[in-house]
Design a protein around this ligand. Structure first.
Ligand SMILES: Cc1ncc(COP(=O)(O)O)c(C=O)c1O
Length: 414
């Protein structure tokens, strides 16, 4: 475990988090290099001996230093915008290992992706196929595509992170997929490569994945009968993590199960993990600003808010919060609320903690959808990002300044 207690002090690898809080201030994201690498290694272990790619979902934690570390370990990337592709390239990632997901790709994004030569477009609608065909024609190129199908399985996760139901905006209904492929096969600047699905996030039970896989394999067989040959399956991301005592599946074992199911077929495999690589590779450090108990509630006002970490406010997500150093304060039940002027601005409710003013707590499991979803709401600067590698500490994202926030704004002249 990359985050662990040593003599009651919380460490990341060989570094005490209190020293990091002291040196860089709070709020502050802290990541463990070893954690990122060992999670990615689980995926590579599962894929060993099988043709395929692990395409880390950049949206989960997009800092270029992190992307660079993963690229050096052989990762490809799942991107959803030109900005994410530019990050990957800046980080030294290989465009040939990039899959491009997302429902609303624009002409210039497709153009750039074709110019740098990505592995595949994961297309989400017939209109998008037409646009990709047009851009590829304009550039005199052939665009590799995979159709994101919506297998209509219930991932039984939070509704906001469930994506594979027929009333979700993502992908094409699997029942319509054959006709969409038949039409795409006739387009001159399109090359059909794969089938793709991503049914949701934070999945602990693997049954929905396997149900989706069965449906996708049926589709592959139906397409083969029509002489449309699929060379890769992209099963998306979605594997859950332990936030609150969940027991997530063994990643390598899950991939082995998938390999077992596709046995006898000439298919390579792509996975797009985000959360399972980054969530427990990072924490958010925040300091108790004030304690404000009243007759009904004990509020601990902390210096991080929903603008720094929106998951609790947005999805009612629960993340463990713990003191990074021992405290002699009495144990009480606290709501940890941020500085933002919204009632929904909290990072944790009803937490038993021995809090005192200026104590620093770590919000665990903040490496995924943490900094990457942060905002400047209430004109607050984004926090800094620190990467620990053994005993070495690197600033991989400086704390934002008000000048940077105001950079693109201007007064009118009268
Ligand atoms: C298409 C696609 N792939 C991969 C991911 C990553 O999912 P997770 O972080 O649950 O692994 C997402 C997340 O939203 C996604 O939409």
């Amino acid at each position: 475990m990359s985050f662990n207690f040593q003599e009651n002090r919380l460490f990341v690898e060989s570094k005490a988090l209190s020293e990091i809080a002291q040196e860089f201030g709070t709020p502050c994201y802290v990541y463990s290099r070893a954690a990122f690498e060992s999670q990615l290694a689980q995926y590579h272990k599962g894929l060993d001996g099988q043709s395929g790619l692990i395409c880390y979902a950049v949206k989960a934690c997009s800092n270029i230093a992190i992307l660079n570390i993963l690229a050096k370990k052989g990762a490809g990337f799942d991107i959803v915008s030109i900005g994410e592709l530019q990050r990957v390239i800046r980080a030294g990632g290989d465009p040939k290992k990039v899959v491009f997901s997302g429902v609303a790709k624009e002409y210039k994004e497709i153009q750039y992706a074709l110019e740098v030569g990505i592995h595949c477009f994961n297309v989400e609608s017939p209109d998008e196929i037409d646009l990709i065909n047009q851009v590829a024609f304009d550039l005199n190129k052939i665009a590799p595509i995979s159709l994101r199908v919506n297998p209509d399985v219930d991932a039984k996760t939070h509704p906001y992170i469930s994506t594979g139901l027929k009333d979700n905006k993502f992908g094409v209904d699997i029942k319509q997929a054959v006709s969409v492929y038949e039409r795409a096969a006739k387009l001159k600047n399109i090359e059909i490569k794969g089938v793709d699905c991503h049914i949701g996030s934070q999945l602990i039970d693997m049954t929905p994945f396997m149900d989706a896989l069965d449906r996708v394999l049926n589709l592959v067989d139906e397409l083969a009968k029509k002489n449309i040959i699929i060379s890769h399956l992209d099963l998306g991301g979605g594997i859950g993590v332990d936030y609150q005592g969940e027991t997530p599946p063994d990643i390598a074992a899950y991939i082995q199960d998938v390999r077992e199911k596709i046995k006898g077929r000439d298919l390579s495999l792509i996975f797009e993990p985000g959360r399972s690589i980054s969530a427990n590779s990072g924490v958010l450090l925040t300091k108790v600003q004030f304690l404000k108990p009243n007759d009904h509630k004990n509020f601990a006002i902390i210096d991080a808010g929903m603008n720094d970490l929106i998951r609790p406010s947005l999805y009612s997500a629960w993340q463990k919060i713990q003191l990074i150093e021992p405290s002699s304060a009495p144990l009480k039940t606290w709501d940890l609320v941020g500085p933002i002027c919204e009632t929904g601005d909290f990072l944790g409710k009803d937490r038993e903690l021995a809090l005192e003013q200026n104590a620093v707590v770590a919000v665990m499991g903040s490496g995924a959808y943490g900094f990457s979803m942060s905002s400047n709401y209430n004109s607050r600067n984004k926090p800094c990002e620190i990467l620990v590698d053994g005993a070495k500490v690197h600033v991989i994202g400086k704390r934002q300044t008000i000048e940077q926030q105001l950079e693109n704004e201007q007064l009118i002249s009268e």
